[in-house]
Design a protein around this ligand. Structure first.
Ligand code: ZN
Length: 303
């Protein structure tokens, strides 16, 4: 199942008036072909908020799976605005330096332990929404990554049980402002600029991803292929990430966790190749989907 959050009509705001709340104009749907089945239709009766849907557990997922067979209304995908599948995740956690060839291109040392940092939840945008170059830096870079979404509260989950707490997988672009990232050991601010967390286009439920470590991952800037990796090469695997993270903190439904980037990022070139206004970044993961975002200059969006 491919689960989406969408705004309808398409000109509906992609930002709620109060960013800490969901917008009433947002709905949750399941994608079938080039249509989206509205799960808030009374025939299905599910909530319009992805986190609430995930909290509904297996019962809600079964109803969502059956929705295409009901009379629930369908809308052409082209007539809705897709948002990030979880527009305001409770947490966005990202692992750094998780592909050997990416470590080499950055000139860093291979970490002994999983290296985690936060992206602030306010940076999340959906496919099609613009990545903004900030006023304070030109060193803006892309990182195509496989991400997963937590489906139920998880605390002290051993690696062998990890898949049971994952709702599904999606695509993330871990946009990074390199000078801000490296001026502080936590990387936090350089990873958290508004619009620098594109996620989407949907969540592919875990039953449809038999092996998250056997997927091709490609990133294009405009029509130039920059990253051509495989998730097979991850140093720390998804299940090990869940074990370590949930040892420290409770993972909550809707948390987005991104698993690191293969080689080919802009800073790996000599000279570095930063994103500039007018570019388009497209991240494609086999069996998951394609996340595409235009790049705009400072102040070109309402944010
Ligand atoms: Zn990253």
């Amino acid at each position: 199942m491919r689960l989406v959050t969408f705004a309808e009509p398409p000109e509906a705001p992609t930002e709620p008036a109060e960013p800490w709340r969901s917008s009433d104009l947002w709905r949750v749907g399941v994608v079938v072909g080039d249509e989206v089945v509205d799960l808030t239709d009374t025939e299905v009766g599910l909530p319009g908020d992805m986190i609430e849907l995930l909290v509904g557990g297996e019962g809600a997922m079964e109803r969502a799976a059956q929705a295409p067979g009901t009379g629930a209304r369908r809308l052409p995908l082209q007539q809705v605005q897709l948002l990030a599948p979880v527009p305001r995740p409770p947490k966005v956690l990202a692992i750094g330096l998780n592909y050997p060839a990416h470590i080499t291109e950055t000139g860093r040392e291979r970490p002994e332990h999983q290296l985690w940092f936060n992206k602030q939840r306010t940076c999340v945008i959906g496919t099609g929404q613009p990545i903004e170059i900030p006023l304070v830096s030109e060193e803006v870079d892309y990182e195509g990554e496989l991400a997963f979404v937590i489906g139920r509260p998880a605390r002290r989950v051993p690696a062998e049980d990890a898949m049971s707490v994952i709702a599904g997988f999606t695509v993330m672009n871990d946009v990074s402002v390199r000078d801000w990232q490296w001026r502080a050991p936590t990387w936090t601010l350089g990873k958290s600029f508004d619009t620098h967390g594109p996620v989407g286009p949907w969540i592919v439920t875990r039953d449809e991803v038999p092996d998250p470590h056997h997927l091709g991952l490609r990133t294009w800037v405009n029509d130039e292929l920059r990253q051509d990796g495989r998730t097979d090469d991850m140093i720390f695997k998804v299940s090990e990430m869940v074990e370590v993270l949930s040892t420290a903190c409770t993972l909550e439904p809707g948390d987005v966790i991104t698993t690191g980037t293969p080689p080919g990022v802009g800073v790996g070139f000599d000279p570095p190749r930063w994103l500039v206004p007018g570019d388009t970044v497209r991240v494609e993961i086999e069996g998951i989907g394609t996340l595409e975002n235009p790049v705009v200059g400072p102040g070109d969006t309402a944010r």
